[in-house]
Design a protein. Structure first.
Length: 352
């Protein structure tokens, strides 16, 4: 299958049919990018929050509360405990790269937290997940992932609260689908790649590359600061937009000649971005292989779903006969480049 033939759609018997249909397609792609632009602040705020509770003695817990700030001010969310829990050590706040940390202690009486509810206020109006991890004095532990549609849970020491393979898989799917910057990079590749065989090779190269760096980061072999990585990821999208714009002027760059090389090179970078989610969860060493496998499978499932929807979108546009001016063809390149440039400036401002 030739992707560019699919994109050209229906041609009229005279030359104007081709121009108008291609204009329709490129304008539609521009509108798709405008949809991405409608939520710029959420480009990568799918990094999870983290609530850690460590029982020091009967009913007393040291608390660590972590809220991501990779895209600006932290969301207005905070943990809520049963009324009998009181603050026994005042919270202290510190700013770290990409997050705000609060540390303190709470006292919940002799019975502790077992059988009680923990909720995250304000989570329902975000796109965040929050991992809750509780370690009890007897060595047992509880972990649960709260989401915008599930903002509370009941603590059970009997093992009912545990993140399974499906939990890590859905976290991966959600991360890629809410990671608008990663999807915009994939969209840029889809607009450039010419044939289905080359598309398969390109997507595979991107997958292999980010799997490598994701694994190296989660296992602690390589440590890279999250915020600078996010800035360079935005710059990688600007690069693809520039390649698209040059193609409009009749000049094909490296991405058009060898797209899989570009996909692999930038895939290594995007893998560090994916790792920001998994590494921040404080996963026990024994759970890392399972978490890495199913989180990565979730990322790939979400990515393939996006590719499938996009190709289906292209196919459906073949039936359109709306006439648009030829000037609409550069719209996708400039829309993608403008949005990615905004993210790059925004993330650099956070660094400095």
């Amino acid at each position: 299958m030739d992707i560019h033939k699919l994109m050209r759609g229906i041609r009229g018997k005279r030359g104007e049919g081709k121009t108008s249909t291609e204009g329709t397609l490129w304008c539609a792609f521009g509108l798709l990018v405008v949809c991405f632009a409608a939520i710029p602040a959420h480009a990568h705020t799918s990094l999870p929050g983290y609530l850690a509770l460590h029982e020091t003695n009967g009913g007393s817990f040291d608390l660590v509360w972590k809220v991501p700030t990779a895209e600006g001010p932290p969301p207005a969310i905070f943990p809520v405990f049963q009324p009998s829990c009181t603050i026994s050590r005042p919270l202290t706040t510190e700013q770290t790269a990409g997050a705000i940390l609060e540390r303190g202690s709470i006292q919940c009486g002799p019975a502790g937290l077992n059988g009680t509810a923990i909720s995250i206020s304000g989570l329902n109006v975000t796109i965040l997940d929050v991992l809750v991890r509780i370690t009890f004095a007897d060595g047992s532990s509880v972990q649960h992932m709260l989401k915008p549609l599930e903002t509370s849970f009941i603590v059970h020491k009997d093992g009912k609260n545990r993140i399974d393979a499906w939990g890590y898989f859905t976290l991966g799917v959600g991360h890629i689908l809410y990671g608008i910057d990663h999807l915009l990079f994939v969209l840029g590749l889809l607009l450039i790649v010419r044939t289905s065989g080359l598309l398969l090779k390109t997507i595979t190269a991107f997958t292999v590359a980010h799997t490598i760096t994701l694994g190296l980061s989660v296992f602690g072999v390589v440590h890279v600061a999250t915020t600078p990585v996010e800035a360079v990821i935005a710059l990688s999208i600007v690069f693809l937009a520039a390649e698209l714009a040059q193609h409009q002027r009749g000049k094909d760059g490296l991405t058009y000649r060898q797209p899989w090389i570009v996909a692999f090179a930038f895939g290594l970078l995007h893998g560090f971005g994916f790792a920001g989610t998994l590494s921040s969860l404080g996963i026990p060493s024994g759970d890392i292989p399972q978490a890495l496998l199913f989180f990565n499978l979730g990322v790939e499932a979400g990515q393939l779903a996006f590719v499938g929807v996009f190709l289906g979108f292209l196919h459906s546009l073949r039936t359109l006969e709306i006439r648009w001016s030829v000037w609409t063809r550069p719209v996708p390149a400039y829309a993608i480049g403008s949005l990615a440039s905004f993210w790059f400036i925004q993330r650099c401002a956070i660094i400095f």
